[in-house]
Design a protein around this ligand. Structure first.
Ligand SMILES: [Zn+2]
Ligand SMILES: [Zn+2]
Length: 350
């Protein structure tokens, strides 16, 4: 398996040993601040602080817990700043571990929050208490069409609702579009729309310093979840693969992701992730071919996962189902599989 070179051995060491990395100065005026994530295997999100005259802009925020707030404040202090010095919060995407704390930071600092419009549009349905029942019902309908067994349906449909509590519902002050140049003195930062993992995912390229802030789009070892769900685009895997090709062209020296650790080889890593999806597509096409008339759920149970299917907890099984569906939809769009709609949908070779 192709491996990328870590930009910081200490940070890689912290990731692989199950520890927690230090605050690091990545470049003059640029800091990496790990913010803890409770109870999930990712363990922390890497927030980047970019020094400005009289303050900092940060990329991503962490989720809304006192522990995360405290870690971010302590990290900023190492860089010589207070939470009140934050002028801008650029959020790569709507997920709680990136967006959750943004509103609270704005409250204390007056910072503006920036988000892509495609993610901003999802905020109400995702995080408003009135709208959440609708979202759960839509998820349930999707799982029925996937062929999830009745006994586990309700459990799976509500599976990620607990995570909502780590978010304050903060509307962005600015919508950041593809290609926008962020007006941050001393920085040449341009937004790159990279949908797939979420509909409005953004990366930020810094051409002068030859850096890519990659959010969850490209990571050193893991591949982000790309799944069909009620708030996804119709064919999120097509969006994702296209957006991988977009960032692959950037001539940068270092990739600064939101999890794990920084690394050097962008193009090689992108090629590897693309190859991973090609393999997965072939595996899924073969599984459908062997069965002929199979549900998404049954397809998912026949694939290789990082651990035996029976031991995968329910919220991860749902993600596995929805990820499988993203691949099925991609194959359908390419004319390699066909779907007979129903409750459940059945998948056949084309
Ligand atoms: Zn994410
Ligand atoms: Zn994330």
């Amino acid at each position: 398996m192709a491996m990328v070179t870590p930009a910081s051995q200490a940070q890689r060491e912290a990731w692989t040993s199950g520890g927690f990395p230090e605050v690091e100065r990545v470049r003059p005026g640029l800091w990496s601040i790990p913010v803890p994530l409770p109870a999930i295997p990712l363990r922390y999100v890497l927030v980047y602080a970019l020094e400005l005259p009289g303050g900092v802009a940060i990329i991503d925020a962490g989720w809304n817990t006192d522990e995360a707030y405290g870690a971010l404040a302590a990290g900023l202090k190492v860089a010589g700043y207070e939470m009140t010095d934050v002028k801008a919060v650029l959020v790569t995407h709507i997920h709680p571990d990136h967006y959750g704390l943004a509103g609270r930071i704005r409250e204390v600092s007056g910072a503006w929050i920036g988000l892509h419009p495609a993610d901003s549009r999802l905020l109400r349905d995702r995080y408003d208490d009135d709208a959440v029942d609708t979202l759960v019902a839509q998820e349930r309908a999707l799982l029925v069409r996937s062929g999830v067994p009745g006994a586990t349906l309700d459990e799976l449909a509500g599976a990620s609702m607990m995570i909502r509590h780590y978010v304050t519902m903060a509307r962005p002050d600015r919508l950041i579009e593809d290609g926008d140049r962020l007006d941050l003195p001393g920085w040449d930062l341009q937004a790159v729309w990279t949908p797939g993992h979420s509909p409005g995912h953004l990366c930020f390229v810094e051409r002068g310093r030859r850096l890519l802030f990659s959010g969850d789009h490209v990571l050193a070892k893991i591949t982000p979840i790309v799944a069909v769900h009620p708030q996804s685009a119709p064919n999120p895997l097509a969006d994702y693969l296209e957006a991988l090709a977009v960032v692959r062209k950037f001539d940068v020296d270092e990739v600064l992701p939101a999890h794990e650790y920084r690394f050097l080889e962008l193009a090689e890593r992108v090629d590897h992730v693309m190859a991973h999806h090609e393999e997965r597509l072939a595996e899924i096409e073969a599984a459908v071919g062997a069965a002929g008339g199979i549900t998404c759920w049954d397809t998912a149970t026949r694939l290789t996962w990082s651990r035996p299917w029976e031991t995968i907890p329910s919220f991860m099984r749902r993600a596995a189902n929805n990820e499988t569906l993203a691949h099925l939809v991609w194959l359908e769009a390419r004319g390699r599989l066909r779907r007979v709609p129903g409750e459940p949908d059945l998948w056949y070779p084309a």
